[in-house]
Design a protein around this ligand. Structure first.
Ligand SMILES: NC(=O)c1ccc[n+]([C@@H]2O[C@H](COP(=O)([O-])OP(=O)(O)OC[C@H]3O[C@@H](n4cnc5c(N)ncnc54)[C@H](O)[C@@H]3O)[C@@H](O)[C@H]2O)c1
Ligand SMILES: [Zn+2]
Length: 1594
């Protein structure tokens, strides 16, 4: 008999639940809903799994009937839930002449339910319909309640109807095929429903997540579960959970069908969740967003003082147990590009249009505890409260705590909580545990003890008190087949391992297990000790780790020996269980040094409170304590109440607030009797700072001195309380009083606090000593780092800087410590407020609600730009490590990399020699190679730790010989780039030749090279080819080094700006067998494009040049080809391997080879990799997991000509590609022009959602050319100079621009030059040549006017205006006409470029920029040797407008000193004043330098006004001493003549000097201007040729 459980809704038992119901569904429908036609609508995914079964069942039942069965499958995914999707189904129904009596069945997820339900609601004015949900979300949520809807581009679910189904059939067996992520998605709603309505359901979900997962992961064969008798426990549980959830929703819907109040409750988590979803859809699923929303909304409830932290914690852990994200910082969320768009303002904006709102007040469902809400409807919440919770950062408003004197408990100590829970569970009687810290450990321990039937637990005070009814040590083996799952809770695992030996004898065994991480954590010493004592424990997987299988036989007791040098938790585990052993226990700790004795003492002390006294033995002769403990046979007696001591480190913050604000704070459950070291903070730190401290055994009260009167501490050893040093440091920052007598330091000023004994704090969540130093520096507080501590020099509070933004390093202690400082220093922003979650999740609420200081949310703008001046180096950008053979060019490349990144360069060998004060060679001679390798590895570790961010670290070549060093590097490569520098071995041999500085190998270098090659491959995640054989141009090398390192470090990834939405990007397909063939024309053929596609499958080396057919090029060849291409261009590369079946020539079966080549590409820092979606999922996900900065183009090509752009297959392919690609590429073939338009609508549809990925979609064939013209992402183009097109129908960049212009997609623009006199200007030649070369239809012309008047105004406001150059004398006069200025233009005070900016709404604004300085800068850079940075001194001659740009250019190059010479001093002084940061110095006489002589000279005065002869009237004399330095670069801005007096002088006297002519600068600034207007690289060579030709002829 089918077992059906029915749930009633709206007074009808229409929800039928069970397993394997298909036959039951068909029979029930046919029997109770007679009709002429039954139409089942589903999606193709579900159809492929279940449609067959339905069809068979219907057809056989209808065999002799007039009625018809029809089915229809639409594309899967949200996009079908549209007007088009609805029409598609309606057309099907009409075409099949379905009539008013049709019964429609919706088989599928929520998409199908919503869509088909809406069709049913309006088809023939409404027909009967049936919901057969197949996703969990649909079962528990969307199918229940009668809401149906479709989406429009304006938003989701905006059009729909209430239409109740006749039946809802819940067949939980469908869930067995559902992807795990979709299951979790549904669980979010299940958890939500329990959270608002039913605590016992919630407890079930909380404790049995593992089993619930098992139920869907174990396929039920032979329809098992259909009948009660064949149903497994897991299936029972699953159904119970689903029905529980449905019942709640049905009840609510029945009471409030049309959503007027109560029904709002099911929107818990949805107000904020929907807002997040609006931004992240479709990448992140509804349930995932709601999960995050629930946590935010629960935090709002907590902030309002309505909900306790315990409940928030339970909710968080429960959602996590179902693999749901609980914060927007979850890596799954953070790595979605659209996640960057989540800002508080944006979320609030979206929330404005929530249906629940009444007027401007936002409504949120507020929980009051697990299982109940604050009101029977959503509650109005002020925006300020929502903002506070949503903000990433916050600030404390300084003031006096309004609750002074404060009395508050702080979170319970974790170690005490774990022990107390176990003791109470093992004891007899009832114990009320107060202030328990809820953590994974306590949660897991409770679940396990319930399963072992060892104790029962209940909550009181809304979860604040937990009532434990102890089982007196009686425990049973869990139900058959039931394993005790401990997740990753380490303490719980260690404590419970011994507990399980206590279980009463039984025929089955107890199994404890955990997650993957737990299965690696050691437990060997404890198991050894228990086994030696007679317990039978087996390892089920790895030796020494969980899972364990334990025979229940009781603990034997008597003598137990335990190795205790690894973890004191093993000791505590045995001690806690020992009283229940069969015989009294004598525990002897072996293995030398016992670790963490204080924790052992804590266990013993707590056992005593629960009535069991332990004796620690002493040596009768010496009286010394021994590591031997005697534990009597006994039973714990539970005290009626046990107050868990506060965590002493946490307590330091409220106490410090009392100290700094001159108020009083009492912490009632921590005092002098505490076993926690940090409990001494009040007496040892606060009292000597001038606070009044009263401490009893169990309570601590601190009263601070009046504000500003804290005393410096002098010397303090904080070894016993290292965690509290951060709190001490912030107090020391404002402690100016002379230390107490006896504490003064003889060697430091009186405002010094010297904290020692805290070296271990360098390896906590962050390097905390550095963190304090860096963050205190932002307040203007000086400090000094010491070997095992630091010194802080106090300052009066008013002298500390306000408005500081504190970076918290994701470290709770940094955040809480600086919030103490924030109570007296205005506008102190704590950047990552959430990091307090680790120990005190409700710290900010407590600060407000219990201490009485206001906290406000702060939204950080641009928090991730490392360049922001106020907070340098906020983001931890991992250092680059460079490795490779000796002589491979590590130093050369490393230094260039460091230069381009602006990071310091560190040579590990030098570092080593400095550290050991001995050369490496000598070290080896003195101590042997192994000793050196060991020391080298240690040095490596230290280097990587001390210089973990923003350094370039070059390693010795032999370091990979040491396995330990390889391990270190491999671990590092998971977070930062480790780059292998490779150079041809012959080149290395030649280069090393006579070199002797480093130890010789004593074997041929070639052998060393071969031996080390695999090791380099293993430890390095990138590979840089240092190709020296061809004698490359040093500038090209420097440029490639810069591209490579900026890319792989993520500092400035080489991705084109034109990929952005609304822009058009192109790549050129290189179809050469050998890239060298392309090099002569590389600039010409790449004109206009944004990237180059390297068709790897077409590459052929010399020997296989004319091989046709399928072929795999060698890795060496591909590597060399890439390296060659890189030196010729810095355009991003698209690395494509096209297989034969997809139109290329790579063998379809060579998957392994293809992925080896992809790996090579990732290592080479390739920007884009084209990966066909038909490769195996395993290989693809392997590639994705290590792609680094590379982006993946997921591609699909259909050459058949049958791909219908409005069909389901293409949607399926799109979804497959969207899963892993950063860009989706789909290529079909056009048969008619219309195919291109269907393609276009397809692209518009899938890219409509915000956050959708760029799509490259084209049709092949000549008929498909229109699609290439309209495509906007990476259109593949060819060039007339290429040997053959990569694909039929390919167009050139120029052709596409022309076509776009013709079809009205690229209107002709007008550009101008404003100024006078300008008739001879080369600018028109410059820009028109550029436009012409790119095939752009734009025109540039001269507009010469006397003043900035009506003519210019008319030109710049005309719709066709595309941009203008501005020259003398209008560079200042145009400014009032502009809407905005670039920072440079502002600083220089002049505009030479006007750029119209089109906003998304189509409106235009005018932006002013200045490219003169860029022209000067680029011209100088092109002549400077690659390794010069920060020139020592520069000279600028003249003080007009151009000089301003020159100063800015020199400043941007980092010039240390700038001399300025001008004949009139006053105008020169004005310039100096305008650039206070540039350190400009006026020069009285040329040649009279106050510092180094200039190596860069820029003249801005007209050539006629200068002379190299002395005493020429009206002329400025240029002495030879201008070129005193032995080399440099001189720029003469004068445009005519080509050879100015200054340049002539340079040529004659300055041998090492390079000259830059005015026309060269003009060109450079023109290129920049061109790029600002067109968004494309200027075709420099062509332009330069045309301009110079004109220049020379005039
Ligand atoms: N009407 C309501 O009250 C309500 C409530 C919540 C959500 N919704 C709507 O529900 C939709 C989301 O529903 P969903 O999460 O079920 O998404 P969905 O319908 O898109 O299904 C998710 C994916 O799982 C596949 N799938 C479905 N059942 C499967 C099975 N048994 N085995 C393998 N694959 C299976 C589908 O083909 C699809 O790819 C949204 O449109 C949302 O607006 C409606
Ligand atoms: Zn929902």
């Amino acid at each position: 008999m089918v077992d059906i459980q029915k749930v009633s809704i709206l007074g009808k038992e229409s929800i039928h639940c069970g397993f394997h119901l298909i036959p039951y569904i068909v029979q029930t429908v046919l029997k109770t809903l007679p009709s002429s036609a039954y139409v089942l609508v589903t999606d193709t995914n579900v159809a492929s799994l279940y449609l067959g079964a339905f069809t068979t069942e219907f057809n056989s039942a209808l065999a002799n009937s007039e009625s018809r069965f029809l089915s229809y499958a639409v594309a899967p995914g949200e996009s079908v839930k549209s007007r088009d999707g609805k029409a598609e189904i309606e057309d099907f129904l009409l075409a099949n002449t379905c009539t008013r009596d049709t019964v429609i069945l919706a088989l599928g997820g929520g998409v199908i339910g919503d869509l088909v339900g809406f069709v049913a609601a309006t088809f023939m004015r409404g027909v009967k319909f049936i919901q057969i949900p197949t996703t969990l979300l649909a079962m528990v949520d969307s199918s229940v309640g009668g809401k149906t809807a479709i989406d429009t581009p304006h938003g989701k679910n905006l059009i729909g109807a209430f239409w109740q189904p006749e039946y809802i059939f819940i067949d939980a067996a469908f869930l067995e095929t559902l992807p795990a992520r979709e299951f979790s998605n549904g669980m979010a709603e299940v958890v939500k429903t329990a959270a608002i309505w039913n605590e016992s359901d919630f407890a079930l979900l909380e404790s049995r997540s593992e089993e619930i997962f098992t139920a869907i992961q174990t396929p039920s064969s032979n329809s098992s579960g259909r009948e009660k008798s064949t149903r497994s426990t897991a299936q029972d549980l699953l159904l119970r959970v689903i029905i529980g959830s449905i019942s709640v929703k049905s009840h609510i819907v029945t009471v409030d069908e049309r959503e007027t109040g109560l029904r709002n409750l099911v929107n818990f988590g949805h107000t904020i969740g929907h807002a997040i979803e609006a931004i992240l859809t479709p990448t992140i699923l509804h349930g995932e967003c709601v999960s995050i929303g629930m946590i935010f909304e629960a935090e709002i409830a907590r902030q309002m003082g309505v909900l306790g932290q315990v409940a928030v914690g339970r909710l968080t852990r429960c959602l996590k147990a179902y693999n749901l994200p609980v914060s927007i910082n979850d890596p799954r969320i953070a790595r979605v590009p659209a996640a960057k768009l989540i800002t508080v303002d944006r979320l609030l904006d979206i929330m404005k249009i929530d249906k629940k709102n009444s007027g401007p007040v936002k409504k949120i469902v507020i929980l009051s505890r697990i299982g109940a809400t604050y009101e029977q409807k959503a509650t109005g919440v002020a925006d300020s409260v929502i903002t506070k919770i949503l903000s990433e950062a916050c600030k404390v408003i300084p003031g006096i705590p309004s609750h002074d004197p404060v009395r508050m408990a702080t979170p319970g100590s974790k170690s005490i909580s774990n022990r107390a829970l176990l003791l109470a569970a093992l004891g007899t009687g009832t114990c009320r545990l107060k202030n328990l810290l809820h953590s994974d450990d306590t949660q897991v321990m409770m679940n396990a003890l319930i399963e072992l039937q060892g104790a029962t637990f209940a909550w009181e005070d809304g979860g604040e008190t937990i009532v434990v009814t102890g089982g007196g040590g009686s425990l049973s083996v869990p139900a058959k087949g039931k394993e005790v799952y401990l997740g990753n809770a380490g303490t719980a695992a260690r404590f419970l391992a011994t507990v399980c030996t206590l279980v009463q004898p039984a025929p089955t065994r107890t199994v404890i297990t955990g997650n993957a991480r737990m299965k690696q954590r050691p437990i060997g010493p404890l198991v050894d000790a228990l086994r030696a004592n007679g317990s039978e424990i087996d390892y089920l997987e790895s030796q020494g780790c969980l899972p364990l299988s334990i025979t229940p036989a009781g603990l034997k007791g008597s003598r137990i020996q335990l190795a205790a040098s690894v973890s004191s938790q093993y000791v505590s585990s045995i001690l806690l269980c020992a009283p229940y052993a069969l015989e009294p226990v004598i525990l002897e700790l072996t293995g030398g040094q016992v670790i963490s004795q204080p924790y052992i003492d804590m266990t013993i002390a707590m056992m005593k409170t629960f009535g069991v006294d332990i004796v620690r033995k002493t040596d009768p002769e010496t009286g010394k304590l021994l590591d031997i403990y005697e534990i009597p046979h006994a039973v714990y007696k539970n005290p009626p109440e046990y107050n868990i001591e506060s965590d002493a480190s946490s307590a330091t913050y409220p106490l410090a607030i009392a100290a700094i604000t001159g108020t009083t704070c009492t912490i009632p459950n921590i005092g002098s009797a505490s076993l926690q070291g940090d409990a001494r903070f009040a007496k040892d730190v606060l009292e000597p700072m001038g606070c009044k401290v009263v401490q009893t055994e169990t309570e601590t009260t601190v009263t601070g001195p009046p504000i500003g009167q804290l005393k410096a501490l002098g010397y303090v050893d904080m070894e016993p309380m290292t965690d509290a040093f951060l709190t001490a440091s912030v107090l020391a920052a404002v402690a100016i009083g002379t230390p107490h007598p006896g504490r003064e330091l003889s060697d430091a000023p009186n405002n010094t606090t010297r904290i020692l004994g805290i070296a271990n704090q360098r390896v906590k969540e962050c390097n905390r000593i550095r963190a304090m130093i860096d963050q205190l520096a932002k307040f203007g507080v000086e400090t000094k780092e010491l070997d095992d501590g630091l010194e802080v020099y106090g300052k009066p509070i008013p002298e500390l800087k306000t408005g500081v933004s504190v970076h918290c390093y994701d470290d709770h202690r940094v955040a809480m410590a600086f919030s103490v400082l924030g109570t007296v220093i205005k506008e102190t922003v704590l950047e990552e407020k959430r990091c307090v979650e680790k120990t005190w999740p409700n710290w900010w609420d407590d600060l407000e609600n219990k201490i009485g200081l206001k906290v406000e949310g702060v939204e950080l703008h641009d928090s991730h730009s490392s360049g922001s001046l106020s907070s340098p180096a906020i983001v931890e950008t991992p250092s680059v490590v460079i490795s490779g053979m000796r002589g491979s060019g590590k130093t050369h490349i490393g230094e260039l990399a460091a230069l381009s990144l602006g990071w310091p360069f560190l040579d590990a060998d030098h570092y080593f020699e400095e550290k050991y004060q001995i050369g490496i060679k000598e070290f080896v001679a003195k101590n042997s190679w192994p000793a050196f390798r060991e020391a080298e590895t240690e040095t490596l570790k230290k280097l990587l730790k001390d210089y973990s961010a923003k350094h370039v670290i070059s390693l010795g070549g032999g370091i990979v010989e040491t396995p330990a060093a390889r391990d270190v590097l491999e671990v590092y490569s998971k977070k930062g780039p480790v780059v292998h520098i490779v150079r041809d071995i012959e080149e290395i041999v030649t280069y090393l030749g006579a070199e002797t500085a480093r130890p010789a190998y004593g074997e041929p270098i070639e052998d060393v090279y071969t031996r080390r090659a695999p090791w380099y491959a293993e430890v390095c995640n990138y590979k840089f080819s240092n190709n020296t054989k061809s004698g490359p141009d040093p500038k090209a090398v420097a440029q490639e080094v810069s591209r490579f390192f900026k890319h792989v470090t993520g500092q400035s990834p080489n991705h084109p700006a034109n990929l952005a939405k609304g822009k058009k990007s192109y790549f050129l397909s290189l179809t050469y067998p050998d890239i060298n063939l392309a090099l002569p024309h590389i600039n010409e053929i790449t004109t206009g494009v944004d990237a180059l596609e390297l068709r790897v499958d077409l590459l052929r080396d010399q020997d296989s040049f004319d091989k046709i057919g399928s072929y795999v090029p060698s890795k060496v060849y591909v590597t060399n080809q890439l390296a060659t291409l890189r030196l010729a261009t810095s355009l991003p590369i698209v690395f494509t391997i096209r297989t034969v079946s997809q139109g290329g020539s790579f063998p379809d079966a060579a998957e392994a080879e293809a992925f080896e080549l992809f790996d090579l590409a990732v290592r080479a820092g390739v920007e884009y990799i084209d990966v066909e979606i038909s490769w195996s999922a395993k290989c693809i996900s392997g590639l994705i997991s290590k792609k680094g900065q590379a982006k993946v183009i997921a591609s699909w090509h259909d050459w058949s000509g049958k791909l219908a752009w409005d069909g389901t297959e293409v949607m399926q392919k799109y979804q497959d590609a969207d899963k892993f690609g950063d860009i989706v590429k789909i290529v079909g073939k056009a048969n008619t022009l219309e195919d291109n338009f269907t393609l276009h609508s397809f692209v518009k549809k899938v890219t409509a959602a915000s956050g959708s990925k760029p799509v490259l979609a084209i049709n092949m064939g000549v008929v498909g050319q229109m699609s290439r013209i309209l495509n906007s992402t990476f259109s593949p183009v060819t060039h007339p100079l290429l040997p053959n097109k990569a694909a039929p129908g390919q167009l050139s960049f120029r052709e596409i621009q022309t076509a776009l212009n013709l079809i009205g997609q690229l209107p002709t623009q007008k550009h101008y030059l404003f100024g006078t006199p300008i008739s001879h200007s080369p600018s028109p030649t410059l820009h028109n040549t550029g436009f012409e070369t790119l095939g752009l239809p734009h025109k540039y012309e001269i507009l010469e006017t006397k003043e900035v008047g009506e003519q210019i105004k008319a030109a710049i406001t005309a719709p066709e205006f595309g941009g203008a150059s501005v020259t003398i004398p209008f560079k200042l006069d145009v400014i009032p006409l502009l809407d905005s200025l670039s920072p440079e233009a502002k600083l220089i005070g002049a505009v030479n470029t006007i750029v119209p900016v089109v906003k998304p709404d189509g409106s235009k604004t005018l932006h002013g920029d200045n490219t003169d300085w860029r022209g000067i800068r680029e011209a100088i850079l092109s002549k400077l040797p690659t390794k010069i940075t920060q020139p020592g001194a520069g000279l600028i001659i003249g003080a007009g407008g151009t000089s301003r740009a020159a100063i800015y250019a020199l400043q941007s190059l980092g010039t240390k000193k700038i001399y300025l010479f001008n004949r009139t001093r006053s105008s020169a002084q004005a310039l100096v004043d305008a650039f206070p940061d540039a350190k400009v110095e006026l020069v009285e006489n040329l040649g009279n330098w106050s510092g180094p002589s200039p190596t860069i000279v820029v003249s801005t005065v007209p050539a006629q006004a200068t002379s190299i002869e002395q005493n020429v009237a009206e002329s400025m004399y240029l002495p030879e001493s201008v070129f005193e330095a032995h080399s440099g670069v001189v720029v003469d801005m004068a445009y005519k003549p080509a050879e100015t007096p200054l340049l002539t002088l340079a040529k004659t006297v300055g041998k090492g000097w390079q000259c830059v002519k005015g026309v060269e600068v003009l060109l450079e600034q023109g290129y920049v201007q061109f790029e600002l207007w067109t968004g494309r690289r200027a075709p420099r060579e062509v332009i330069a040729e045309a301009v110079l030709k004109k220049y020379e002829s005039s």
